[in-house]
Design a protein around this ligand. Structure first.
Ligand code: B12
Length: 306
């Protein structure tokens, strides 16, 4: 997937100043920004990779004059050989994550929010969600658990992350056709960020999503299923329940939410409780790729149904 970046973002991603980028562009002609309708320069991922490579070479003692003589294609080839894109993206994400975490202790709200906004703006939202927002959530939880940050800071970050996901969802048009999907957390479960993520993925893929969030009683879920007749109901289990509780819950789901074949569960808890679900033929989605697969099939089916 190719992204376009404005110059301030390129500067952030490469560690070079905007002036240096402009000068190199003018003097050496090795960058190929396009101009958007607003006349701003848009740099490609290739430009960013090339600049990062140049920066590394300069840091290691290279000369820009000599390097620039190699020309764009040769430099890009060398950049690719020295840093495959996947690791470039991973490195960028882990650097952003480190930078974000460093603004929490001591706490600097303005820098945190600026960095978070910047990080989310630069890549397609789904990549940012899985590459930055969810890892941030997990790490902040870890820091709080270990006593490095106060629970108030953890709450603040959680709300920031939720805002980002909700606002990305709000920008999507209301789906009127696609497969009908209900997404919920089981009774008593307040950890709903993963469920929100699931809802977002379903929305982006064109489904008609009924997102219910945390703590949904089985009877109410069954009631809604009766009315909506969803093609799929997904319940997120971030945590495992005790054996007693899961037995009771799965029994209730199997009795009340029909057909069971349209029911799927996911999350660390669901995986830990896999056997209970499989006993009732409830699908356990082990990872997001499996969810996507299921959604693809559903969407094809729904569209062919007209
Ligand atoms: C944020 C948070 C909260 C927030 C939740 C806010 C919200 N709206 O979600 C609040 C403050 C409400 C909260 C409350 C509690 N929490 Co809390 N919380 C966390 C924290 C910090 C982050 C959880 C999170 O969002 N993780 C990120 C998400 C994305 O990860 P996830 O939910 O596990 O989902 C992943 C997978 O499971 C999977 N997944 C989930 N669903 C699905 C579905 C499908 C289809 C697929 C494919 C995948 C999938 O995808 C995700 C990405 O990998 C964790 C600590 C941590 N480091 O994780 C503790 C943590 C989960 N909480 C914990 C506890 C104990 C509680 C409380 C009981 C009280 C307390 N002592 O704090 C209450 C109970 C609430 C309740 N009744 O449910 C414990 C759980 C321990 C355990 N294993 O039982 C944890 C681990 C902290 C700890 N170490 O003690 N919490």
């Amino acid at each position: 997937m190719m992204n376009n970046h404005r110059i301030h973002r390129v500067a952030k991603l490469t560690g070079l100043s905007k002036d240096v980028i402009r000068v190199w562009e003018r003097r050496f002609g090795i960058l190929k920004p396009t101009r958007g309708a607003n006349r701003y320069r848009n740099y490609s991922d290739e430009d960013v990779a090339l600049l990062r490579f140049l920066k590394e070479q300069l840091d290691a003692g290279g000369s820009i004059g000599e390097l620039a003589k190699l020309g764009r294609e040769e430099l890009l080839g060398r950049a690719r050989a020295s840093a495959p894109r996947a690791s470039f993206v991973d490195n960028t994400f882990s650097r952003l994550l480190r930078e974000l975490l460093s603004t929490l202790n001591p706490f600097d709200r303005v820098i945190f929010e600026k960095r978070l906004n910047g990080a989310v703006a630069v890549v397609p939202f789904e990549e940012a969600l899985h590459g930055i927002l969810l890892p941030l959530q997990e790490q902040v939880g870890q820091l709080w658990h270990e006593g490095h940050i106060d629970v108030a800071i953890e709450h603040y970050v959680t709300k920031q992350i939720q805002q980002k996901i909700f606002s990305a969802m709000n920008q999507l048009p209301v789906a009127e056709f696609g497969a009908k999907v209900i997404v919920a957390c089981p009774p008593g479960e307040e950890h709903d960020i993963a469920a929100l993520t699931v809802a977002y993925r379903c929305r982006v893929r064109g489904c008609r999503v009924y997102y219910l969030g945390a703590n949904v009683p089985v009877a109410s879920l069954a009631n809604l299923c009766g009315k909506v007749e969803p093609d799929l109901t997904i319940i997120s289990f971030p945590l495992a329940l005790s054996d007693d509780k899961v037995t009771e819950l799965v029994q209730a789901l199997a009795d009340e939410v029909s057909p069971v074949s349209n029911l799927a569960v996911g999350g660390h808890g669901a995986i830990a409780m896999r056997d209970f679900f499989l006993k009732y033929n409830i699908t356990v989605l082990e990872e997001f790729a499996e969810l996507d697969h299921r959604l693809d099939r559903l969407m094809r089916h729904t569209l062919s149904r007209g």
